[in-house]
Design a protein around this ligand. Structure first.
Ligand SMILES: *C/C=C(C)/C=C/C=C(C)/C=C/C1=C(C)CCCC1(C)C
Length: 245
């Protein structure tokens, strides 16, 4: 039993993080931040009525899924010393669709249909699967897969900023419109960090732009801003809605 436990990744030996290992450091701190955020969302969700409870639960699930993946990525980086691309994309393919669900849940009061949710989820999956193909499988065609991924990203941006999602948000007004707008900014600015990471990680492109700052550092900063920040926007909207009620 003891050997079994100690062979689980949870009890694996801790690897040293060098002073200049920014990737290792941001994986470590990122993991802690995601855990703390999850505890916060899970513990506060019961302070709200049913509608907002679900939204805050989803915020917590997003950071919790990320915390588990960060635990593995931190360990993988420490012991293998390579970018944990596979874990990274599994994390994204679970958490980004949940962010799409978040848009839908917020707009549900204004009559958002499930089809909007599935459309956003479908686009996000296309964006991530093609990104994975360019980053891990067809490295020589990184531009082609990056382009397809970028198009899917732009369609998402269009849909929430100008498309039917926007219309619903305007109809709802108040805290809903405010939260929707903030989340839109996250997608436009916060998510734009990722294609920069992709370009910085593709050999022969911009691998020198940040003075050699690794792609993983860019992705880790992006994740902290987007997953925790996104959840906090939803939390604030719930607080605002409660104050009015
Ligand atoms: C929590 C994780 C999030 C919010 C991840 C978002 C990821 C993206 C928006 C990735 C986008 C990409 C492109 C737009 C083009 C290049 C390939 C990707 C997958 C890095």
């Amino acid at each position: 039993m003891k050997t079994l436990l100690f062979n689980l990744p949870l009890f694996a030996d801790v690897t040293k993080i060098a002073n200049d290992d920014y990737v290792g450091f941001t994986f470590f701190v990122g993991c802690m931040a995601m855990m703390a955020a999850s505890a916060f969302f899970f513990l506060s969700m019961n302070d709200f009525d049913k509608k907002w409870k679900t939204s805050i639960l989803v915020s917590g699930l997003i950071t919790f899924i990320a915390a588990v993946h960060y635990w593995y990525m931190r360990d993988y980086w420490g012991s293998v010393g390579e970018s944990p691309t596979f874990f990274r994309y599994v994390d994204w393919v679970l958490t980004v669709p949940l962010m799409c669900v978040e848009f839908y849940l917020i707009l549900k009061v204004a009559g958002a249909k499930k089809s909007l949710m599935w459309k956003l989820i479908g686009l996000s999956v296309v964006m991530l699967v093609t990104g994975y193909l360019g980053e891990a499988v067809y490295r020589d065609q990184a531009w082609l897969w990056g382009l397809i991924s970028g198009i899917a990203y732009f369609v998402i941006v269009y849909e929430i900023w100008l498309g039917s999602a926007k219309k619903l948000a305007v109809e709802a007004g108040g805290a809903i419109l405010k939260a929707h707008k903030m989340l839109c900014w996250f997608v436009l600015v916060g998510w734009a960090i990722y294609p920069i990471g992709y370009m910085a990680g593709t050999p022969g492109w911009y691998d020198g732009i940040f003075d050699g700052l690794a792609m993983d550092v860019v992705y880790n900063i992006g994740d902290a801003i987007n997953k925790i920040g996104f959840g906090l926007v939803v939390y604030s909207a719930a607080v605002a809605a409660r104050a009015k009620a």
